[in-house]
Design a protein around this ligand. Structure first.
Ligand code: NAD
Length: 307
C-alpha cells in the first residue's frame, strides 16, 4: 500500500516508517526537518523536505496518490505552545488543515492521527478511558484535540476514515532528550554521563510509559482495521518517576542520586490510561514491559553517545 507520513523523520514517525517498510508498504515522508534527523530516515523511504503549511504539498499528494495518510508532524513542545500559541496553532491546526485538504483532494482513504493524553488535564478518575472529560491546560492540548474534531468532520463530509491514537508517555530509541524531551531519554543520557538528573517534585507522581515499537504496531493495526474513531494507546501500568529512575540506574549499574526540584506549574500528578477499547476494536495491546523497553533504549543511547 502507498502511505504518506508527515513527520516521518522524527522520533515516533521514524519507527512507524521502519515497521511499515518491514510490512511491505511503500512509504514517502513529508518533513521540514525542524526536529527530524536524517539518520532516522529509513533508506527505502523517500523524503519530501516541505513544511506542512506549504501550499505546494497538494502537488506531492497528487503525484504520490497515497491511500493512507499518517499525520505525525506537529509542534510538540508544551511550554512553546504557552509562549507562542499563534505559531503552535499555525503548525498544529492550519498546517494540519493544509494536509487534510491535500488528502481530500488527492483521494486519501484513511488517516491515522497521533492524538495526546495532554487533553485530559488532571484526571477525574483513573485509569483514563476514552470517555473521560477533557480539560486542556495548554495550547498544545487544544491544538491536538481540535484536529480530532476536524477528522470527524472529514469523515462525515467526505467519508475519509480515521483513527486517532491517544498516546500516553511514549519512550524509546531516537527520542530527543534536549529541552523538554521525554523523562526516559533524559534519565538515560544524564546517567550515562554520570550526571544527576532533575526530578520535579517528590518523584512520586505516576505516569504510563508506552514503548515506541508498541506505538508503531498500533499504527499498523489501525491501518489494517475497519474501525474508525478514537483509541487510547497506553499500558495501564502505574510507574512512579522515582521507580523509573531506580530502574534505569540499576540497568546502567550507576549509583547516582537525582536532584529534587520544585514541581513545574501545570504538571499533572498522576496519569495512566486504559487501552481496553484499542484491544477490543484494533486487536492491539502493549507487548513490551518497561524493563525490556528501557534496556533497548539504554543500548541505543550507549551506541549513539559513542559516535
Ligand atoms: N512523544 C510523545 O510522548 C507523544 C505523545 C502523544 C502524541 N504525540 C504526537 O506524536 C507525533 C510525533 O511526536 P514525536 O515525539 O515523534 O515528535 P518529533 O518532534 O520527534 O517528530 C515530529 C516531526 O515533525 C516534523 N515537523 C514539525 N513541524 C513540522 C512542519 N511545520 N512541517 C513539516 N514537518 C514538521 C519534525 O521535523 C519532526 O521530524 C506528534 O504529532 C505528537 O503530537 C507524541
Amino acid at each position: 500500500m502507498k502511505i504518506l507520513i508527515t513527520g516521518g523523520a522524527g522520533f515516533i514517525g521514524s519507527h512507524v516508517v521502519d515497521l511499515l517498510i518491514e510490512n511491505g508498504h511503500e512509504v514517502c515522508i513529508l518533513d521540514n526537518m525542524s526536529h527530524g534527523k536524517i539518520e532516522n530516515i529509513n533508506s527505502k523511504a523517500f523524503l519530501y523536505r516541505f513544511d506542512i503549511r506549504d501550499e505546494k504539498v497538494i502537488e506531492i499528494f497528487k503525484e504520490e496518490k497515497p491511500e493512507v495518510l499518517i499525520h505525525n508532524a506537529a509542534q510538540i513542545s508544551v511550554p512553546y505552545s504557552v509562549e507562542d500559541p499563534i505559531n503552535d496553532a499555525s503548525v498544529n491546526i492550519i498546517g494540519t488543515l493544509n494536509i487534510l485538504e491535500a488528502a481530500r483532494k488527492s483521494g486519501v482513504k484513511k488517516i491515522i492521527y497521533p492524538a495526546s493524553a495532554a487533553i485530559f488535564g488532571n484526571p477525574e478518575y483513573l485509569p483514563i478511558d476514552e470517555k473521560h472529560p477533557l480539560e486542556m491546560l495548554c495550547g498544545y492540548g487544544v491544538t491536538k484535540h481540535t484536529v480530532e474534531h476536524y477528522l470527524k468532520i472529514y469523515k462525515n463530509l467526505y467519508n475519509i476514515d480515521y483513527v486517532c491514537l491517544r498516546y500516553s508517555n511514549v519512550y524509546g530509541p531516537r527520542q530527543d532528550s534536549s529541552g523538554e524531551g521525554g523523562v526516559v531519554a533524559i534519565f538515560c543520557e544524564k546517567m550515562l554521563e554520570n550526571e544527576s538528573p532533575f526530578i520535579y517534585g517528590d518523584g512520586e507522581q505516576i505516569r504510563d510509559f508506552v514503548y515506541v515499537k508498541d506505538i508503531a504496531r498500533a499504527n499498523i493495526m489501525a491501518i489494517e482495521s475497519n474501525s474508525c474513531g478514537i483509541y487510547n494507546i497506553s499500558t495501564n501500568q502505574k510507574v512512579r518517576v522515582n521507580e523509573l529512575f531506580q530502574l534505569i540506574g540499576k540497568a546502567l549499574n550507576r549509583n547516582i542520586k537525582p536532584i529534587y526540584t520544585n514541581t513545574r506549574e501545570g504538571d499533572i500528578r498522576n496519569s495512566y490510561m486504559s487501552y481496553e477499547k484499542a484491544k477490543k476494536h484494533l486487536g492491539w495491546k502493549p507487548e513490551y514491559n518497561l524493563i525490556d523497553g528501557v534496556i533497548e533504549t539504554i543500548n541505543y543511547y550507549k551506541k549513539s553517545m559513542k559516535k
